[in-house]
Design a protein around this ligand. Structure first.
Ligand SMILES: Cc1cc2nc3c(=O)[nH]c(=O)nc-3n(C[C@H](O)[C@H](O)[C@H](O)COP(=O)(O)OP(=O)(O)OC[C@H]3O[C@@H](n4cnc5c(N)ncnc54)[C@H](O)[C@@H]3O)c2cc1C
Length: 389
């Protein structure tokens, strides 16, 4: 079998790329280790930036999103019972976030690709990348029925997430890794609970951070800062709700938190990671395979989709004009945005935790929040990074 491009991984990066190049007339195959049911029900992110939405619209894949997604233009900060809002849409070009769960994005992308005759092999295993430094790399894998498959290609798109095989196929001498552990841990909770807020809430409390994010009219995501080394099983439902009530509470307000059945609970690795360059020979890394970022700032899925569009354009250029300029600049083009997002996420991490590193940083967090609450210029800068640029 010979294909122009092999896409490894059917997450937001791989599926966006597959649709983009399919619509540019470039032949590809997608190899995914999980089942279709699994990838279409994996709840993770839920915030799409305007650029991601515009790109899905241009591919004709945004009908369901535009019909059902909530639009958000403000977020709320709570500090020990006091609150203030930042109306970031008003401060930055009327741009908004779209609240649409990642698994719904994945469903739309899978449906769009298959409707146009796309080839996705789900539930594959033992994916191996060969001859990446040559002009005809190949990929071998084992199908669900146990048969071995092999495909020769021009390019491999490594979209298999942080723990995938693609980045590991690159000789370590060819890469530089940047990794930072933020020194805090979060319990991520998904609950069958309608949102208790119209705007995302970031709460700084002496017990630790708490966050209330929106996902759908019936499902909400919550985050709780937990002691380093905590296991998710240490947090019973009762303990989770008690902590959320306490940390999110407001003085002099009738605001209340609606509880619901907890459907997922996991401790997040609050680590940032970037690899440079994002390519080796004919292998190009996209999304979490090349960089991970904390959920603070809601950038991960959007960066993955941006990589896909950047690589898709470079491929379209290569196959229509023969120019490899876009392929050569792919890594630098993506990394500029990745590092800017990392800087913003790190800035926010330091602002919404009372105890990153030392009490000194706790005081800096408080000063930063007070500055944000009171300065229009600081809010405008926040808005540019949060919803734009
Ligand atoms: C709890 C949580 C909350 C988050 N919240 C947000 C948020 O609010 N906003 C935001 O923007 N981002 C958020 N993120 C991050 C976001 O989910 C990721 O950045 C995004 O999924 C990256 O997409 P991707 O396609 O690069 O990787 P993935 O979504 O990880 O997809 C990789 C795919 O490759 C497959 N795969 C892995 N190994 C192999 C292999 N060997 N062979 C074949 N296939 C393989 C996997 O099964 C998977 O389907 C969150 C993440 C988590 C975990």
């Amino acid at each position: 079998m010979k294909r122009a491009v092999v896409v490894v991984g059917a997450g937001p990066a791989g599926l966006t790329l597959a649709n983009f190049i399919q619509q540019s007339g470039i032949d590809c195959i997608v190899l995914e280790k999980s089942s279709r049911i699994h990838v279409e029900n994996r709840a993770r992110a839920g915030v799409l930036e305007h650029r991601s939405v515009a790109m899905l619209e241009s591919l004709g894949l945004a009908d369901r999103l535009l019909a059902t997604a909530d639009r958000h233009g403000a977020c709320e900060f709570r500090v020990n019972g006091q609150s203030f809002q930042v109306s970031y849409s008003d401060l930055y070009g009327s741009l908004q976030h779209f609240i649409y769960p990642q698994q719904e994005v994945v469903k739309d992308l899978v449906a769009g690709f298959l409707a146009n005759g796309g080839d996705i092999r789900f539930s594959v295993s033992d994916v191996e990348l060969r001859n990446l430094a040559s002009s005809t790399p190949s990929i071998v894998w084992t199908s669900e029925d146990g048969t071995r498959g092999e495909v020769l290609c021009d390019f491999v798109a490594g979209c298999d997430g942080f723990h995938g095989v693609c980045r590991k196929a690159i000789p370590s001498t060819e890469l530089t890794e940047f990794s930072h552990y933020h020194g805090v841990e979060w319990l991520a909770i998904l609950a069958d609970a309608p949102p208790s807020t119209k705007a995302v809430i970031y709460a700084l409390h002496t017990d630790g951070f708490a966050g209330h994010m929106l996902r759908s009219p019936t499902v909400s995501r919550f985050y709780l800062q937990v002691p380093v080394g905590t296991k998710a099983s240490d947090w019973s439902g009762e303990r989770v709700w008690n902590a959320l009530h306490k940390r999110l509470s407001l003085q002099d307000s009738t605001w209340s938190l609606t509880e619901g059945k907890i459907i997922e609970k996991r401790v997040l690795d609050m680590r940032s990671y970037v690899v440079e360059p994002m390519s080796y020979g004919r292998l190009f890394l996209l999304g979490d395979a090349a960089h991970i970022i904390t959920p603070v700032g809601a950038k991960g899925m959007n960066l993955a989709m941006n990589d896909a569009v950047t690589f898709g354009r470079a491929l379209a250029d290569y196959y229509t004009t023969g120019s490899d300029v876009g392929l050569k600049t792919y890594s630098d083009d993506c990394l500029r945005r990745v590092w800017r997002a990392q800087e913003f996420s790190q800035w926010m991490v330091n602002m919404i935790h009372a105890d990153v590193g030392s009490p000194f940083f706790g005081r800096l967090a408080r000063a930063r929040l007070e500055h944000l609450a009171s300065s229009a210029a600081y809010q405008a800068s926040f808005a540019e990074n949060y919803v734009g640029p």
